[in-house]
Ligand binder design. Sequence first.
Ligand SMILES: Cc1cc2nc3c(=O)[nH]c(=O)nc-3n(C[C@H](O)[C@H](O)[C@H](O)COP(=O)(O)OP(=O)(O)OC[C@H]3O[C@@H](n4cnc5c(N)ncnc54)[C@H](O)[C@@H]3O)c2cc1C
Length: 284
Amino acid sequence: MYEFKYQRPTSVRQAINMLAKDPDAKLLAGGHSLLPAMKLRLAQPKHLVDLRKVSSLSGIKEDGGTLVIGAMTTHYQVESSQAVKSKCPMLAAVAAQIGDPMVRNMGTIGGSLAHADPAADYPAAIIALGAEMVAEGPKGKRTIKADDFFKGLLTTALAEDEILTEVRVPAMAGKTGAAYMKFPHPASRFAVVGVAAVLSVEGGKVGKASVAVTGAGTKAVRAKGVEAAITGKAADAASIQAAAEKAAEGVDVQADLQGSVEYKSHLVRVFAKRAMEAAAAAVK
Ligand SMILES: Cc1cc2nc3c(=O)[nH]c(=O)nc-3n(C[C@H](O)[C@H](O)[C@H](O)COP(=O)(O)OP(=O)(O)OC[C@H]3O[C@@H](n4cnc5c(N)ncnc54)[C@H](O)[C@@H]3O)c2cc1C
């Protein structure tokens, strides 16, 4: 028998108050990471605050050159949004690769980012795209850059009493292409390794490169070795191949059930090459 208190706020303010009043309270979004953890008794919250009735947290808006995605927006809504497809097609493609239709219809972008599973897909994309997370708590609202958001295994910069309310993703600039490539686990589709690349190309050369890796270690990280290696180089197959050789440099690759450090480092190089090739091909 598993007993817990269950509350369904209808506003962010109500949810913040519920969290503030009870240190044992935990947020519930799509439930597709938390409920499996509860079934395995890896998490045993005494109080669940379900965000599904907080309508202000769902949906996608455009604010100037920024896509504003509510934390409770499902993976399917991200995948099928015309705004996301036109302003940031890579993010729609990432959402479409998550799990299976059930997971994509229930799981939320905010739940995925707050959970910070080391094999989740969004984190690499969010870092490479230079997104920002908006958090709200008893002390008010603050913005956290994606580079500063993931702190370690299942750990983020969010405080216990904060709610991730929205994800702000800059629309793709001109002469820029982006792609995400992953080696999916054959059962869950989680990324054994996934690489997101955003390349700006002018006159055949890479002006700016933003590359991030998920699945390799305990958290998603920026791949600084490959970014430095491709910047200023020709956006062609030879330069991309040479730069991809540096993709695991500076990434704290960890062995796990999926493979050894050598194997996963190899996957980082292979998927960095594929992601950069696809990003270069997508430049408009
Ligand atoms: C079979 C299966 C396959 C999957 N495959 C993939 C995959 O291929 N790729 C992938 O990336 N993911 C995959 N997932 C995970 C899935 O994407 C989850 O939906 C996601 O990780 C968590 O989102 P959720 O909305 O379900 O969050 P929940 O499970 O409800 O919550 C997760 C955690 O985040 C916290 N939280 C939720 N919302 C907020 C918020 N707004 N602010 C602060 N904290 C919050 C909760 O308290 C909890 O600790 C898979 C899951 C399953 C069950």
